[in-house]
Design a protein around this ligand. Structure first.
Ligand SMILES: Nc1ncnc2c1ncn2[C@@H]1O[C@H](COP(=O)(O)OP(=O)(O)OP(=O)(O)O)[C@@H](O)[C@H]1O
Length: 216
């Protein structure tokens, strides 16, 4: 379960402090954070991902206040418990799809498990892509590889930043369904931040930043 409490953030040299609404997402729960450009969505996601340290408040996953972790402890916690899907896929281009997935396990300090990698690709309908190079795949295919990589460590929390904005309706619906199905199977909490209104109906909880003022 993901819980945030009194989460605030101020960028260095900025006079603006973001005050984020408290969140609670159960295991297998889904939350959509909607908002226009500049509303603070990426800032929020980076706090939830532990990429930014909050100025105040807590981010707690299954009882661990990971906002309080630092350095290699935080890296390991993140690698094992949080799966990240970014808007623009980034891969190590010299490596194949399967090798890119293997790196995600190694970074988290987990042992190699080729079978798990292959079954993850299978779940995303990507059996034939293991030995391909990500740079030669379509945007939609790359997005599915990104999702596969976010899932390989069987995280408790899946965070996605604008996962569908660059996709046409068909692929956007597919990516949304894949994220929700896989999160549900893992019993993971799923949080998506986006300005993509097409996703509004797909999620159990919706927080719309256009409806509230979070900075002062
Ligand atoms: N490193 C930074 N230093 C200072 N201010 C920043 C920094 N990064 C973002 N901001 C400011 O914080 C506000 C929120 O930015 P953020 O990227 O979180 O918004 P967003 O909702 O994700 O927007 P978009 O959809 O355009 O990515 C913006 O006004 C932005 O200028």
């Amino acid at each position: 379960m993901l819980i945030t409490q009194d989460l605030t953030y101020r960028y260095p040299d900025s006079s603006t402090t973001f005050r984020f609404p408290d969140l609670r997402v159960d295991r297998a729960g889904t939350l959509l954070l909607l908002g226009p450009s500049g509303a603070g969505k990426s800032t929020w996601l980076h706090l939830l991902a532990g990429v930014l340290s909050p100025s105040g408040g807590r981010t707690e996953l299954d009882g661990v206040d990971y906002a309080a972790l630092r350095g290699s402890k935080l890296d390991r916690f993140r690698g094992r418990n949080i799966g990240l899907v970014f808007q623009r896929p980034y891969f190590l281009e010299a490596l194949t799809v399967l090798e890119n997935l293997a790196i995600a396990r190694r970074t988290a300090g987990l042992p190699p498990d080729r079978e798990l990698l292959q079954s993850t690709l299978h779940l995303l309908g990507m059996d034939d892509y293991a030995d391909r190079h990500p740079g030669r795949l379509s945007v939609g295919e790359q997005q599915r590889v990104t999702i596969a990589r976010a899932l390989v460590n069987r995280p408790q929390l899946i965070l996605a930043d604008e996962p569908t904005s660059a996709l046409d309706n068909r692929n956007a619906a597919r990516v949304s369904a894949l994220l929700r199905e896989r999160a549900s199977e893992l019993g993971a909490a799923l949080v998506v931040v986006t300005h993509d209104e097409r996703l509004r109906g797909d999620f159990r909880q919706v927080v719309d930043l256009a409806q509230q003022s979070i900075h002062n």
